[in-house]
Ligand binder design. Structure first.
Ligand SMILES: [Zn+2]
Length: 181
């Protein structure tokens, strides 16, 4: 019997190392077309909002609405880990209009269903980290994390320490999820 993990709910995601170490050399950077008012040119969500939809595949963008953006997390905790964000660079929920808040909730509800259907997810974690101390990687631009879960996924990964779990290739996943509705 192995010692209990101090973080029993942590998903083992070694591909996140590139994110943690800041090695983002593989991240493509298409030229933005139109910056939104208040955009931060260093913010990857603002960049994704500003570029033409022809770059959606490169950036993993799954859906754009007039106020929201849904995209694949390039450093996923699990296969199908999505980010849902307002198009505008806003740090706090109170900074968003009621219409945008409602739209974001609708995108969350919709993509929960799409992930359950497309990836046979049995459950989902939905998280929002507001502020750097809360773990926000981009504290100026709030975004929900939507993480599909399957029975035994944590147990499996922690019980095979040393075996790297390769997520479905992001490009193939983008293609699969874009075809859902
Ligand atoms: Zn931003």
């Amino acid at each position: 019997m192995s010692a209990p993990s101090p973080h029993p709910d942590s998903l083992w995601a070694p591909w996140r190392l590139a994110y943690i170490t800041g090695d983002k050399a593989d991240a493509p950077a298409p030229e933005p077309a139109v910056w939104r008012p208040g955009a931060d040119t260093d913010c990857f969500l603002c960049r994704a909002a500003a570029v033409a939809a022809t770059h959606d595949r490169t950036l993993g963008v799954l859906e754009r609405t007039p106020t929201a953006l849904v995209l694949l997390n390039r450093y996923p905790y699990a296969n199908g880990h999505l980010l849902i964000a307002p198009l505008d660079h806003r740090a706090m929920l109170a900074d968003l209009t009621s219409d945008t808040l409602l739209e974001l909730q609708q995108r969350l509800a919709d993509w929960c269903g799409r992930l359950q259907l497309a990836l046979q997810a049995h459950g989902l974690n939905i998280g929002l980290n507001l502020g750097q101390v809360a773990g926000a990687g981009v504290p100026g631009h709030l975004h929900w994390h939507l993480v599909p879960r399957w029975p035994g996924d944590v147990n499996f990964m922690t019980s095979v320490a040393g075996v790297r779990v390769i997520p479905q290739a992001l490009d193939a996943l983008w293609e699969q999820l874009r075809s859902t509705s």
